[in-house]
Design a protein around this ligand. Structure first.
Ligand code: PLP
Length: 399
């Protein structure tokens, strides 16, 4: 739709509004090897089961006020989340300390809006999920990336980042962490490291936002307790999502935090709840079908992950290294000897291979041009083998 010539929305735009971005428009054809996609492929989504679950829920509560939106989120789903987090993540949560959100992305955005004024310091991993960087930039945070090793963020480096900011008179507002199957680096922080990080954060009085939405995709090894389960000081906020473990289009996630923080977020969210139909469907699906679905999905993901590791080994050999997570949806590729995956991206895309380039996650000195996140969640094993062979040809040259 074209605006009338009398109207110029660029002139009307509020000072605080972000710069416009082009509309995505109609969907372009999906490339054949979209290693950029950090979601299960449609064939592994429980579409018909979610549809049946919604039908069952509506048949049961359709004649009651449960179909009206609930401002904090459908109470039975909040009770379910509290129980599941107690079982799976060792957390002790009151359902009234849970706020349903449109995915965990919205929870991250709300917490950022609640805490961050322009120029406020926020600490993240050097190489971290781009959606969170987008929210932090939206509120003009001073983003400080902290380096990690194979066990995640280094407590000493975190301490240096906090004390450095405090010395500037700018106590950080928040530490954002994805401690399990970190996006994009795919490491998982062991419990001892989690304790050390909580100790540092609590000592300095800097809250942690734990983003735990990928933790249920564990195919081997033991679950590591959530960071929030190790904290009794209230310093850890926690967000999770049903986007990836049920259906992305449901847009149901949650934020768990102190009443004080939730009461700050409520007026940002406004009086509208999240989609009540989505909450009804997710609740019914979760109670009746989630464990079976996850067992199947994790089986599929495991074999795709193994196919990706094998293909990387065959095609990249000593020219690269990659993380070897016990679960999740992706691995983090690092090319050696000056190979530039930003330069290679165009030619790879011509051949149907897309990946998320290192600079999209970078928050520190290393721009990460030799790095990429490769998702194994969306393609079959055969496609993974073909796609990785093509990627290696583009990155390394033929033969
Ligand atoms: C680490 C991480 N956090 C948050 C999100 C946002 O997920 P949601 O669909 O629940 O908003 C994603 C999605 O890819 C993610 O990878």
């Amino acid at each position: 739709m074209n605006a009338s010539p009398q109207l110029d929305f660029d002139r009307l735009r509020a000072k605080g509004a972000p710069d416009p971005t082009p509309l995505p428009g109609s969907r372009k054809a999906q490339p054949k090897y979209p290693f950029v996609m950090s979601y299960p492929d449609p064939g592994n989504l429980p579409i018909m089961e979610a549809h049946a679950a919604m039908g069952e829920a509506l048949a049961e509560v359709g004649g009651t006020t449960a179909v009206y939106p609930d401002t904090q989120g459908y109470p039975p789903l909040r009770e379910y989340i509290a129980e599941r987090l107690a079982q799976r993540r060792r957390m002790s949560v009151d359902p009234d300390d849970i706020l349903l959100t449109e995915g965990s992305g919205q929870a991250i955005h709300f917490v950022t809006e609640a805490l961050v004024d322009p120029g406020d310091v926020v600490i993240v991993d050097h190489f971290v999920y781009g959606g969170t960087l987008w929210s932090l930039r939206r509120f003009a945070a001073d983003i400080r990336g902290v380096v990690s090793d194979a066990d995640g963020m280094l407590p000493d480096a975190l301490e240096d980042a906090i004390s450095g900011a405090v010395a500037e008179g700018r106590r950080p507002k928040m530490i954002y962490l994805i401690p399990t199957f970190q996006n994009p680096q795919a490491w998982t922080m062991p419990v001892e490291r989690r304790r050390e990080i909580v100790e540092v954060a609590a000592r300095w009085g800097v809250p942690i936002l734990e983003d735990d939405g990928i933790a249920e995709f564990r195919f081997e090894g033991e679950h590591v307790p959530a960071v929030a389960s190790l904290d009794d000081s209230g310093v850890v906020m926690h967000t999770g999502t049903f986007s990836k473990i049920v259906v992305p289009g449901m847009r149901i996630g949650y934020l768990i935090a102190s009443r004080q923080l939730l009461e700050t977020v409520m007026p940002i969210k406004g009086s509208r709840g999240v989609t009540q139909f989505g909450a009804l469907a997710v609740h019914r699906f979760a109670v009746t079908r989630l464990d079976d679905h996850l067992a199947r999905l994790n089986g599929a993901l495991r074999s795709r992950r193994d196919a990706m590791f094998a293909a990387l080994g065959e095609n990249m050999g000593s020219a690269a290294s990659w993380s070897t997570p016990e679960g999740g949806l992706y691995t983090w590729l690092t090319m050696h000897d000056g190979v530039d995956l930003v330069d290679a991206a165009g030619a790879a895309a011509e051949r149907g291979v897309t990946y998320d380039q290192g600079p999209n996650f970078a928050t520190g000195d290393d721009p990460g041009r030799n790095k990429a996140r490769l998702c194994f969640s969306f393609n079959t094993e055969d496609e993974i083998r073909e796609g990785i062979a093509r990627l290696a040809e583009e990155a390394l040259g033929p033969g």
